[in-house]
Design a protein around this ligand. Sequence first.
Ligand code: ADP
Ligand code: 2DT
Length: 212
Amino acid sequence: MASKRGALIVLEGVDRAGKTTQCKKLVQALQQVGRPAEMMRFPDRTTTIGQLISAYLEKKSDLEDHTVHLLFSANRWELVPSMKKKLEQGITLVVDRYAFSGAAFTSAKPGFCIDWCKKPDVGLPKPDLVMFLQLSPVEATLRGQFGNERYETSDFQKSVQQKFEQLMKDPSVNWKVIDASQSIEDVHDNIRTHTLNTINTAENTPLGELWK
Ligand code: ADP
Ligand code: 2DT
């Protein structure tokens, strides 16, 4: 009998909501209960495409807005073969940002509509669960100042939050909103419970295609 597939779990949310902290804790917790799990993050800055994106985010280079949007998408597509292979091997992937950040960040720029922004990512492996870590701008500020990367300003992050809210209205995606203002442990308990339930369901269902 073929082994059961792993689940594709995505964490999204605004800057400092706790995505990275929670992805790491979740992978550790899954491994501790004997569930193979690995963390991924987008953009993956280690690839050739990822290095172009990284230079753009660090403001070391300028790229035309459509172009950088397509590079973010290409950075996901280039990792699809290895993602599918791992999922088939029964490894659960815990992903820090995915196509939802792609659509939310670019559509927060003037002159972009959300439908256009979603198009290049149509057909990507569909997450079995997307948890949106909800945190108010005031609470985010208490966790530290913005860094110096592109997009790290409060006005831009407010528009990004609105775009995420629009994306979360789509019932074809399994969204769960998580109150990220709780303690790290409480947020983790919540995320772990949703994830373990999803892993059990995903085992018996084929991997879907995003936005198709
Ligand atoms: P993100 O990846 O969403 O930008 P991080 O996981 O890097 O967020 O967390 C941003 C900062 O907030 C870090 O200093 C982290 O230790 C802190 N942090 C994360 N989660 C919480 C929490 N639930 N309560 C308080 N501080 C937190
Ligand atoms: P971090 O590495 O700190 O998460 O910042 N972004 C991300 C996009 O504009 N499009 C995308 O497709 C993705 C995945 C969000 C990465 C920054 O890049 C933005 C913040």
